[in-house]
Design a protein around this ligand. Structure first.
Ligand SMILES: [Zn+2]
Length: 196
């Protein structure tokens, strides 16, 4: 069965639109959502050229191994990274497959960039939310999610990932995995998409 590709977000990344973002998400992060109506404006990237390794940006068509020193890997939740590395050892030894990552930890500004690109592509914030989370809501920003680089590795994690607690979360994102059960446990039922 052919696996869905990451074409949707990948092509969204190519679109360019100058926008000044209002990060109400930052207000939520400060924990004073009800106490203030203030919003914080920050300049958001409008082009991939404004993103770097420090944003967790991994250029399209490239991927990282789990021993990379780059922030996209190093700023992952340590438990998730440890589980992925253990899974990778088995994938390599027993299945001849290496787990590579096309998206790992992302900065808030990178996530907001992706969300805005998705809004442009899908025409509304509501539709975009099926494919990209707003900055502070994204498990990539907190370092609790990775997007896997190859169909073989996705297949491996789908079949065996729960041995390390690693699960696919969204039915429409075959590449996106998080720690979602205890090692050897059962993965929770997938949500239909990122809105769930
Ligand atoms: Zn993801």
């Amino acid at each position: 069965m052919p696996l869905p590709r990451r074409a949707s977000l990948a092509s969204a990344r190519r679109g360019l639109l100058p926008v000044a973002l209002t990060l109400s998400a930052l207000v939520a992060l400060t924990g004073c959502t009800a106490a203030t109506t203030a919003v914080v404006s920050v300049p958001a990237p409008t082009d991939v050229s404004q993103l770097s390794d420090d944003d967790g940006y991994i250029p399209e068509g490239t991927s990282l191994t789990l021993d990379s020193e780059l922030p996209a890997i190093q700023r992952l939740d340590p438990q998730l990274l440890e589980a992925l590395r253990a899974a990778d050892r088995t994938a390599v030894d027993e299945h001849g497959t290496t787990i590579t990552i096309v998206d790992g930890w992302r900065s808030l500004r990178y996530q907001e960039y992706l969300f805005e690109q998705a809004v442009q592509k899908y025409g509304s914030e509501h539709e975009a939310e099926r494919w990209a989370k707003r900055g502070a809501d994204s498990s990539h920003v907190s370092g609790h999610a990775v997007d896997i680089g190859t169909a073989d590795a996705m297949d491996f994690l789908n079949r065996f990932g729960s041995e390390w607690g690693i699960c696919q979360i969204y039915a429409n994102e075959a590449w996106h995995f998080e720690l979602a059960t205890s090692p050897g446990g059962e993965c929770p039922q997938m949500q239909a998409d990122g809105r769930g």
